[in-house]
Design a protein around this ligand. Structure first.
Ligand code: NAP
Length: 217
């Protein structure tokens, strides 16, 4: 299966979901867009040159082969609890950074220091769901500003245990205007989540191109 014969959906039409939607549309990638506020979701979709179809979350789960779930970790966990077995067989893309406000204008981790949301979600998904950690390594403004960067594309790191699922998401990363670089399996998720050594808001500290990324890994 390739991305061109897969149905892709973004669930969550907030900051990241809508920016990724714009990136996909600019790359000619068609997708379903599902939010809780259907009017707001329709409005976002209608500005994307026919590449996005606004649907309910139920319909996205029903129709999509690849579900990019652009919501916060707690909402992601609730969606898994709600849809459980219906996610089996699907590629599930996790962009979450397990952080919340630190009360001083910054962010703090909301899970254990050595935990990653990628591994927590992998443990909650039903057998057969194919989780890929991706699209969370850059801040929202960089996701927009660095898409289709010239002369060398900016990198989005991803982690996957399922190689075929990872390859599909790599295609999606290219459609969004970035170079995909795999860091390894889901046990490497922590490195590409916020505060990780390969995150823009972590030790890496910036947007990188592929040659820089390969040195950093
Ligand atoms: N912001 C960043 O710079 C950044 C960068 C990388 C990764 N991320 C990650 O991306 C995820 C989303 O972040 P964000 O900045 O886009 O947050 P956001 O602007 O708050 O958007 C989250 C969206 O999730 C929707 N949502 C919540 N529960 C839902 C459900 N059950 N079904 C459908 N939609 C649901 C919310 O809808 P309602 O409006 O109805 O609540 C909202 O539109 C987070 O996990 C975050 O860690 C963020």
């Amino acid at each position: 299966m390739t991305i061109s014969d897969s149905t892709v959906a973004i669930i969550g039409a907030g900051n990241i979901g809508s920016r990724l939607g714009a990136n996909f549309a600019a790359g000619g990638q068609d997708f379903l867009l599902a939010g809780r506020d259907q009017d707001a979701t329709r409005k976002i979709a209608s500005d994307l040159d026919g590449h996005a179809e606004a649907v309910s979350v139920d319909e996205a789960v029903e129709r999509a082969d690849v579900l990019l779930i652009a919501v916060w970790l707690d909402a992601f966990e609730q969606l898994i609890a709600q849809y459980g077995p219906r996610l089996a067989g699907k590629v599930i893309v996790d962009p979450t950074n397990p952080v919340g406000p630190d009360g001083a204008g910054g962010y703090r981790k909301v899970i254990g220091e050595q935990e990653s949301s990628g591994q927590i979600l992998a443990g909650l998904l039903p057998p057969g769901a194919r989780l890929v950690k991706a699209f969370g390594t850059l801040s929202a403004p960089s996701l927009s500003a660095a898409a289709r960067q010239e002369p060398d594309r900016a990198v989005l790191f991803y982690a996957a245990d399922d190689e075929a699922a990872g390859d599909l998401v790599a295609e999606l990363i290219r459609a969004a205007g970035f170079d995909p670089v795999r860091v390894g399996g889901l046990d490497q998720s922590i490195r590409i989540e916020m505060f990780g050594d390969l995150h823009e808001y972590g030790a890496l500290g910036r947007v990188v191109t592929k040659s820089e990324a390969l040195k950093a890994i």
